[in-house]
Design a protein around this ligand. Structure first.
Ligand SMILES: Cc1cc2nc3c(=O)[nH]c(=O)nc-3n(C[C@H](O)[C@H](O)[C@H](O)COP(=O)(O)OP(=O)(O)OC[C@H]3O[C@@H](n4cnc5c(N)ncnc54)[C@H](O)[C@@H]3O)c2cc1C
Length: 435
């Protein structure tokens, strides 16, 4: 491991999703120096992985990529990707110290020009997690075409060490002996924008514990619907058949005490309706059914979006799915109590079923940072009504799904508010130091 270097910034942003990028851009435009530390090999968070976004059905990639590029090219922003955040603590009013480990890419970031010659030459194929494992990638690869930075990454666990990538690299960037590097960031303020992950699909025995072949997650469906997805069409996993009947199971990972997720994840109704509308465009003859407990269309234009989906012929069935199982002929069987029609227990088979999973925090700060968490495990806002981005540590703010489930609009708003709080802190500190 190489020795630590020390870097100074006004603000450290943890997480390079849409929340972190927006907060960083707001501060950088005010001439503050910002460091973004991201654990993935690219910035963009979940939004860059979506197909289209509700309620406008804008292409997610088309509206996220400009923000990613603006942050990457901003003279006041430095992005550190593929990093592990080891610790953050406030030393004094004007210093927060963060210890960071740069994980090895086995590719020299200063030399790599993103030409992908290594990727083309690599003979090893492995499932591509960026495409929900529906497609394959190479052992040395750039995560996806709009990834930022455009730097190759060697997956050592799958590399056969054949040396072909190093041979074709025009800049000698491949370095099989690269080591992790530690560095320290000194900042005055911090914005935590660490986002979410989906509730696990395999923890509910009634839902098949992840073993039902044609039962996929909502994020899997985002990839199937994306223009840069694995097949450019929607196919079911077990046999590659185009599904004639698709169902959504709402509240599959939210409002469920048995999973330890009693809260509503707020975006699942809307993203299921969005996906159903996109599906009825790409598979006009398919039957699409959404099984729901309540439809929560809370934002501006969202109720109209829901009504439009109904008018398009998408079927909404009020009933909580009690059991999901696979039939002998690869259908997914759903068992539910029909709460509006017959009021009886009904079983229906579908070609493909999507679990509308909820949101849980992506980051557990316990051993890294003393910031307080709420009973739902998201970062605690100490003044939720009037200053929702304030945390238990002075000068440390939180934005986006790091504080609780929310959509992109609310994430952007909160990121702006967190940037404003950080800016006020920095200005007040500057005045104090000048006095
Ligand atoms: C299936 C699905 C579809 C959706 N569709 C829509 C839609 O159409 N419209 C809409 O408005 N919303 C939609 N959403 C919600 C949307 O994805 C979120 O609102 C948005 O991504 C929140 O952004 P964020 O930056 O807070 O979090 P994220 O996108 O999760 O970004 C957080 C970033 O922080 C990084 N990170 C986490 N921990 C650390 C750490 N310790 N150190 C460094 N980096 C870290 C992560 O790698 C990630 O890059 C959808 C959600 C899902 C699940």
């Amino acid at each position: 491991m190489k020795s630590s270097r020390e870097l100074n910034f006004d603000t450290l942003v943890v997480g390079g999703g849409i929340g972190g990028l927006e907060a960083a851009l707001n501060l950088a435009d005010q001439n503050f120096k910002v460091a973004i530390v991201e654990k993935d090999a690219t910035v963009g968070g979940k939004m860059i992985r979506l197909s289209k976004v509700f309620p406008t059905l804008d292409c997610a990639s088309c509206i996220t990529t400009p923000k990613m590029a603006a942050a990457a090219h901003h003279e006041n922003i430095t992005i550190f990707t593929y990093c592990d955040l080891k610790s953050i603590h406030r030393k004094s009013e004007d210093v927060v110290i963060a210890a960071v480990t740069q994980k090895p890419r086995y590719v020299d970031a200063d030399k790599c020009i993103g030409c992908r010659q290594c990727e083309y030459a690599c003979p090893v194929y492995v499932p591509d997690e960026e495409q929900s494992n529906f497609a394959l990638r190479k052992a040395i690869y750039i995560p996806f075409s709009t990834a930022i930075p455009q730097l190759a990454l060697l997956d050592v666990d799958n590399c056969s060490l054949c040396g072909k990538c190093a041979k074709v690299c025009p800049t000698d960037a491949v370095d099989y002996f690269q080591q992790s590097e530690e560095f320290v960031i000194h900042a005055k303020t911090v914005i935590l924008a660490s986002g979410f992950k989906l509730t696990p699909i395999d923890q509910k025995p009634e839902y098949g514990e992840g073993k039902v072949e044609n039962l996929i997650t909502s994020m899997d469906m985002e990839r199937l619907l994306a223009p840069n997805g694995p097949y450019q069409r929607v196919l079911r996993p077990s046999d590659g058949k185009e599904p004639d009947s698709i169902a959504y199971v709402q509240c599959a990972g939210s409002r469920d005490k048995t999973l330890g997720v009693p809260y509503c994840s707020r975006v699942c109704c809307m993203y299921a309706i969005k996906q159903a509308m996109l599906l009825s465009g790409s598979l006009p003859l398919a039957d699409i059914t959404i099984y729901y407990m309540d439809i929560r269309a809370f934002g501006k234009g969202y109720e109209q979006f829901y009504q439009n989906a109904k008018a398009m012929g998408i079927e909404f069935v009020k009933g909580k799915i009690a059991k999901i199982e696979q039939t002998d002929n690869q259908y997914v069987r759903l068992r539910y109590e029909d709460q509006e029609g017959s009021c009886g227990v009904i079983e229906r088979d579908h070609d493909l079923v999507v679990m509308s999973l909820g949101m849980v925090p992506d980051w557990d700060p316990t051993d890294v940072c003393s910031v307080a968490r709420d009973t739902d495990a998201f970062i605690k806002s100490t003044m939720p009504q009037i200053a929702p981005t304030l945390t238990s540590i002075s000068g440390v703010y939180a934005a986006g799904v790091a504080t609780g489930p929310k959509d992109i609009v609310d994430t952007i708003n909160e990121a702006g508010a967190a940037a404003m709080e950080a800016s006020n802190y920095l200005i007040a500190l500057g005045k104090k130091q000048a006095a």
